[in-house]
Structure formats: C-alpha cells, structure tokens
Write a new protein. Structure first.
Length: 412
C-alpha cells in the first residue's frame, strides 16, 4: 500500500514557470497587458484555429460561447448529461433551456442519433463534451448542426491536444472551449479559452469578457485615447497577464504532457487486459475507456467502468477499498439532470431513468489517477491496487475459497 495518497489529478510547475510569473509581477502590466495576446496567439497557433480568446475560467469561456452563439430566453441547447455541471449551466446563465440527450455506450460522448431526436424549432446550439479527452462524434454532430442551423460548441475542457482524424480539436466546431484548471493538461491556476475560425464570433467573445466594451484598455493607452463605448452587456471575465505568463510557459510542456498521459493510458490498458483469476470475458470485471477509429484522445481522465454483474460488491465498496490503498480515485460524473437544482427546476425532463446509458455509466464509473507528473512507480501502484481490490471482489468461488474466513476486503 502507498504511504501517501496519489491524487486523481495534479498540476506540475517547473522553476521556469515560476520565473515567468515573477517577471510579469515585476512588469507594468498585471492584467490587460501584452501577455494576454501572446498567450492567445500561441494557443490559437498550437490548436490550429484562427482566433483564441482567453477567459478567467473554462466556465466563463462556456458562458462567452453561449452568448456569442446568440443563446437567449426561449432557446434550447442540446447537450450531454454526463459532464461537469458548468457545461449545462452556461445555457441557464443565458436564460435558455438545456435539453439533454443520452450518450453512446462506448465513448460516453453525446450520441448523435439521440441529439437528432431532441432538435426542435427552438434549438439554438449543440454543446458536445469530449468526455475524458476523447473527441465527441464531431463529424456527425456538425452535419446535424449544419442541417438545423444550430451553432456547434465543443466543450473540450478535457481534450486539449486530442486529435480527430488527424486534426487537433480547436477548429472542428464553431467554437471550442478549454479549461486551464490545475488538473488539466496546462494550467494557469484558473483560466479558460475559446477558439474559433470566425472573426465575428471572436470579436463578440472579446467584448463579452470585457464588460461589453468595444476597445481594449492597452490599445487606448497606446493610442493616447480615453474614449470607449459599451456595446453589449458583458462581464469582467478577463484572464490576467500573471495567469497568461504561466500559460505561455506551460505551453512549452504541452507535447511532453500529452505524451506522458498517452503512455500512462497505454500502460493501464495493457495491465488491465488481465485480472488474476479471471478467465472468461463474461467474468471480466471492468470496461476500459474506448478509443474510436481515427481518434487520439488527450486522456484528461482515465475512467473505468465496473462490470457490477461480475463483482460481489457495488461501486462504493470498491471506491472505499481503493482509497484505503491510498489511490485517489474519483467519480466523473453525477449526471447533471440528477443534481437537486436540475431536478427541482426541470421536474419533467430531469427525471431519473430519462438517460439510461449515462445513468448506468454513472453507477459504474471510477476515474483512476491520470496526470502527466505520475511516475512509473505511481502507475504500478495503481495497477497493483486495482488488481488486488477488484480481483478480490470478482465473483469467483475458486478465488474466494483461498481466502476462507474472510468476510470482506481488509484495508491494510
Ligand atoms: C467538461 C467541463 N466543462 C467545463 C468545466 C469548467 O472549467 P473551469 O473549472 O475552468 O471553470 C470543467 C471543469 O473541470 C469540465 O470538466
């Protein structure tokens, strides 16, 4: 057993990251300065989009995308229930209604056939989530969006660096949203970004994150002008120069971070192909994350699903036993429609049983530790603990006969 808890995700910062923040702290601009544009340009370039607009968080970036898509009262936005609540909340911020569609059983991403069924004359946008870092079915969703006039927003908060048929996510939807929370591939503490190829959307996003003001403070200062106008109702959702300096420095490590995450995913997949004592597919105790043809995931998370039929206990016992081994497993996610706020606000559409694939996945999901700073030893610790705990609870009389006298898993 490990001595210290291995978290499911964690940032890694080097001395040069710290140095670039310190340099900005000593500069003239703590916010609305040159680092913002530099970070946005480098980011747009890396993901292959024409424009990148930074925000103070992924949540603020989603709000900006919903606003720029023109989502407003009376509109509907189709999205997935199997996500962090911020994905759907941005629709509510705009006074519109989130309409959930169930996910596909392999990737747990929005199922385009279910999306098509939820399109109505009120549908203004579709928000797809790249769950765990596996891109959504973007080509089919794009076809639905084009046919119905909906704006396609990709919540790629899990998927910076993921590839879909040879292209990085960032320019495959009308707008793509990223998060720079510490558990992500790159961090600015809190932070987010929207990328787009549309100059019109980029301009709206820039204004929205700056109170709806039509010009930037630094441009006015450099031009020796004071005059500005507010042209729409925006917010202060700006990302500081301090954060952007960190983001720029972290970008230099992005490729290496992705490579490491992909190595860890490969090692997990290799190690969990076998379980001690498990001989047939029917007894196999876990389902590993699927990777579709033509996709290279970014592995923000490594969510396994427990095959409860092959196990003698439920998810909570396995979760507790893994935590007792100091493996910081987590669960992503409680389906959004099952949160008390959504149940109360949408008693008809947010009922339990409405989205059976997402709900069944939720009962079985456990996210294993996955972050780029994990050492080989950390990975081995996770593998050993999973084999030990899940192997113990496999419904196999032959295995349990060896443990006679045991009434349960011993947390030692
Ligand atoms: C899918 C998804 N969307 C949006 C967000 C919100 O991002 P942030 O925490 O940067 O506000 C998260 C956060 O982890 C997320 O997982």
């Amino acid at each position: 057993m490990r001595e210290k808890l291995l978290p499911y995700g964690r940032q890694s910062l080097d001395e040069d990251d710290i140095q670039s923040v310190v340099e900005t702290l000593r500069s003239d601009w703590l916010t609305t300065g040159p680092k913002v544009g530099e970070f946005e340009e480098a980011f747009a370039d890396w993901v292959g989009a024409r424009h990148a607009v930074s925000f103070s968080s992924g949540t603020a970036a989603l709000h900006g995308a919903a606003f720029a898509a023109g989502v407003g009262p009376g509109d509907e936005v189709v999205t997935t229930p199997l996500t962090f609540c911020a994905t759907a909340n941005c629709v509510l911020y705009q006074g519109a209604t989130p309409v959930f569609a169930d996910v596909a059983d392999d990737t747990l991403n929005l199922d385009p056939r279910k999306v098509a069924k939820k399109i109505s004359p009120c549908t203004k946008a579709i928000i797809a989530v790249d769950y765990a870092g596996h891109p959504a079915a973007l080509d089919e969703l794009r076809r639905i969006a084009e046919k119905t006039g909906a704006v396609l927003i990709e919540d790629a908060c899990h998927a910076l660096g993921a590839e879909f048929h040879g292209k990085r996510v960032g320019s495959l939807a009308d707008m793509t949203v990223f998060s720079f929370h510490p558990v992500k591939h790159l961090t600015t503490g809190e932070g987010g970004m929207v990328t787009t190829d549309s100059p019109r959307l980029a301009e709206t996003l820039r204004r929205f994150r700056n109170h709806g003001i039509s010009s930037e403070a630094r441009d006015r200062q450099e031009a020796g002008q004071w005059f500005y106008e507010m042209v729409l109702l925006g917010f202060n959702y700006r990302l500081t120069d301090i954060a952007c300096a960190l983001g720029l420095s972290q970008m230099g490590k992005l490729e290496a971070n992705l490579t490491r995450r992909r190595e860890i995913a490969r090692e997990y997949a290799r190690a969990f192909r076998d379980f001690p004592g498990v001989e047939t597919d029917a007894d196999f105790p876990v389902t590993l994350p699927a990777v579709r043809e033509g996709v290279n995931p970014a592995w923000h998370l490594y969510p396994i699903r427990l095959n409860l039929e092959a196990l003698s206990v439920g998810r909570s016992e396995i979760f507790r036993a893994l935590r007792a081994e100091n493996i910081g497993v987590n669960v992503h996610y409680i389906p959004v429609h099952l949160h008390p706020y959504y149940r109360e606000r949408f008693p008809v559409t947010a009922r339990e049983g409405s989205f059976p694939i997402a709900e069944s996945a939720y009962e079985r999901l456990i996210s294993l530790p996955m972050f780029h700073a994990m050492s080989d030893e950390d990975v081995s610790d996770v593998v050993r603990a999973i084999h030990k705990v899940i192997g113990y609870y496999v419904k196999d009389e032959r295995l349990h006969a060896l443990e006679s006298g045991h009434s349960g898993y011993k947390h030692v």
